[in-house]
Design a protein around this ligand. Structure first.
Ligand code: DNO
Length: 360
């Protein structure tokens, strides 16, 4: 297992890379370049990022959010041009040692919350929170406005301004697209990119819908084991994998996360893992918890054990953390609680290994 960290680049992330390096056991990043969906990523910018990361003693073998352009998801004629750019980006990243690309196929929105800083009564920290009741009252435009306002000037993943500027138009376009149409468009995309991935030795890892159910009537096709069974069959290849995010899938208590990890792990269809905990507060109502199992509703020991048993060489990152110790930063992506998360997950890993008579 390689423990990694999401980092937004020195221009946009207040956390210095040397702090990331100082987290025990940290091997590298699930990194990103802040580029709009559809763009062919410039090689010189990636090379500069890689050098900066390597100079800090860290690897960059996983890249997140090479975002899929909305026209690809909607199956518009312009998709071929965007797919060509995507392929060119895959080739460029592979040339520089990237092994896994994390992306998603969620229409319009990436992850969604109704409050980015809900105080946790037990300890006074705060975390990302979702209550579908609040969402109903707000509507898509209002939630976008509120999210931008609460993100303290940081661009949040999936909430890039250029994407949101077209929100009203895009929502309208989706009115005639159902889950089967979306799946057909997904297959078209995978049929184009996966053979290239096989050729250059990269795995695509699809991030689940977050929260794990449809929102605003938009089609969503990646939020359960059954969905991902279909997804891996759209183009059957070891390069067509999941980024199994425990918190996203875990927002729905019907998803048995350790069982889902074992299922796709045994099929060798997990390219990367995002690991975090969730606290259920009611129907379609949850908040994010500290990683420690007892502070939420997921069993992180069983999750790490399932990873250990089925995909022991995968990449993991501690996912969203709470905001603690008065840290100011990008909601969900502060240093302190994610560092605690990494230390805890590494501790579980060591205990699992030693329990099995292996040396961690
Ligand atoms: C949220 C992240 C996601 C993820 C993308 C991948 O915090 O896990 O934004 O990176 O869905 O495309």
């Amino acid at each position: 297992m390689k423990m990694t960290f999401r980092w937004y680049g020195s221009q946009s992330d207040p956390i210095p890379l040397k702090y990331v390096k100082q987290i025990p056991g940290m091997t590298g990043l699930m990194g990103l370049l802040d580029k709009p969906a559809g763009v062919d990523w410039p090689e010189d910018e990636f090379v500069a990022l890689k050098k900066e990361v390597n100079d800090a003693g860290l690897e960059i073998e996983v890249i997140e959010s090479v975002n899929v352009h909305e026209d690809i998801k909607m199956g518009l004629p312009s998709r071929d041009e965007y797919i060509a750019n995507y392929i060119s980006t895959i080739r460029m990243l592979a040339k520089h040692g990237v092994k896994v690309i994390v992306y998603n196929f969620m229409p319009v929105f990436d992850w969604l919350r109704t409050d980015l800083a809900r105080v946790i009564p037990e300890d006074g920290s705060n975390s990302l929170y979702f209550d579908e009741k609040d969402l109903g009252e707000m509507g898509p435009l209002e939630i976008v406005r509120k999210t931008a306002e609460e993100s303290h000037g940081f661009t949040l993943p999936g909430w890039e301004p250029e994407r949101l500027a077209l929100l009203e138009k895009t929502l309208k376009q989706y009115e005639n697209i159902g889950p089967d149409d979306l799946r057909k468009n997904f297959k078209y995309f995978l049929d184009a990119v996966i053979p290239v991935c096989e050729e250059v030795g990269v795995r695509m890892a699809c991030h689940p819908d977050d929260p794990a159910w449809p929102i605003f009537g938009l089609p969503r096709i990646t939020h359960s084991q059954a969905d991902f069974d279909k997804m891996v069959q759209l183009h059957d290849s070891p390069a067509n994998t999941l980024c199994l995010c425990t918190g996203s899938l875990g927002s729905n208590p019907d998803n048995d996360i350790p069982a889902i990890i074992r299922h796709f792990g045994e099929m060798d269809r997990i390219g990367a893992m995002h690991v975090r905990n969730v606290k259920y507060l009611g129907h379609h109502h949850f908040r994010e918890a500290a990683h420690l199992s007892s502070t939420g509703d997921l069993d992180l020991y069983e999750i790490m054990k399932a990873i250990h048993d089925t995909v022991p060489d995968t990449y993991i990152r501690p996912d969203h953390g709470r905001m603690i110790w008065d840290e100011q930063g990008r909601p969900g992506y502060g240093l302190y609680d994610r560092a605690l998360g990494a230390a805890y997950l590494n501790g579980l890993w060591e205990a699992i290994e030693k329990g099995e008579g292996k040396h961690a």
